[in-house]
Design a protein. Structure first.
Length: 167
């Protein structure tokens, strides 16, 4: 075989190898994309009253309250819900970063992608919300005394037979 034919054969083999590498890379990117779409972050408050699931975009997908929510003080519950949402968003963002690192490795490319995303969309990854607020439940796990019921309306002005269904 002539020298020219040998060079052409080596070049064809290099092209085949590069094409195979490109296919493998494309499959890896496809898997990474599928994983990124499925990422969620789940966080629960320390007292277990609130659980939040955040999606890959940081949107709240689900908020669940335990039965103990009835014992919670409204202002403390509000702070707990907001803090737990922030935690779930941080967990989702970290899970996304892990998916990208597995797909791309810890490379300059990853840093460039994250910087470009931040510049394009003007948003930053959610910051860790820090320590949880004071528990929404009364201290010591005691059950809060329920306030006395207000007297109901007189029979002719109320809806005495009307019942509200709860799940």
């Amino acid at each position: 075989m002539s020298e020219t034919a040998k060079r052409l054969l080596r070049r064809v083999e290099q092209i085949d190898t590069a094409a195979g590498d490109n296919r493998a890379r494309a499959e890896s990117y496809q898997r990474m994309t599928e994983e990124l779409v499925a990422v969620t972050g789940t966080a629960s408050s320390p007292d277990g009253v609130v659980t939040v699931v955040a999606g890959p975009d940081g949107a709240v997908k689900e908020i669940t309250f335990s039965d103990r929510v009835r014992e919670a003080q409204p202002s403390a519950l509000s702070a707990t819900v907001l803090h737990t949402i922030a935690q779930a968003r941080v967990i989702a963002a970290r899970a996304q970063a892990d998916v990208v690192r597995r797909g791309l490795g810890d490379t300059d490319l990853l840093d460039k992608v994250l910087a470009e995303e931040s510049q394009l969309f003007g948003d930053r990854p959610p910051a860790d919300p820090g320590p949880a607020p004071v528990s929404a439940l009364p201290s010591g796990g005691e059950h809060a005394a329920r306030p006395a019921r207000r007297p109901g309306p007189a029979d002719d002005e109320g809806f005495g037979d009307f019942r509200i269904m709860r799940r």
